[in-house]
Design a protein around this ligand. Structure first.
Ligand code: SF4
Length: 101
């Protein structure tokens, strides 16, 4: 089939995720969708402050059920991966510097 010169060719490539976010086969679809919309995986706006990560935020805590799960105080913690947090994620608008213990 010949190409129609009136129809421009558009190339699609998968969106490039930021270096602080790695989508794997178990990554919740909501996290991927939020990051590709330019948001934090939990849906908050990104803070954009150098060095600020979920891992050094006051709102991060470990919730013990059968195992320990890393969660954020700014969301309702469910029993599912949709509210799990990764320490390497870039900080969101609610970031507050963690105080030394
Ligand atoms: S408040 Fe934001 S930066 Fe802090 S742990 Fe929660 S999602 Fe991460």
């Amino acid at each position: 089939m010949a190409e129609d010169p009136q129809i421009p060719l558009i190339s699609f490539r998968p969106s490039e995720d930021p270096p602080w976010f790695t989508a794997g086969k178990n990554t919740p679809a909501t996290h991927i969708r939020n990051v590709r919309k330019g948001l934090h995986p939990l849906g908050f706006a990104l803070l954009g402050k150098a060095g600020a990560r979920c891992g050094n935020c006051e709102n991060l805590y470990r919730r013990l059920w059968i195992r320990g799960y890393i969660k954020c105080r700014k969301t309702i913690a469910t029993h599912g991966p949709g509210t799990d947090v990764r320490k390497k994620w870039a900080a969101c608008e609610h970031w507050k510097e963690a105080q030394p213990q």
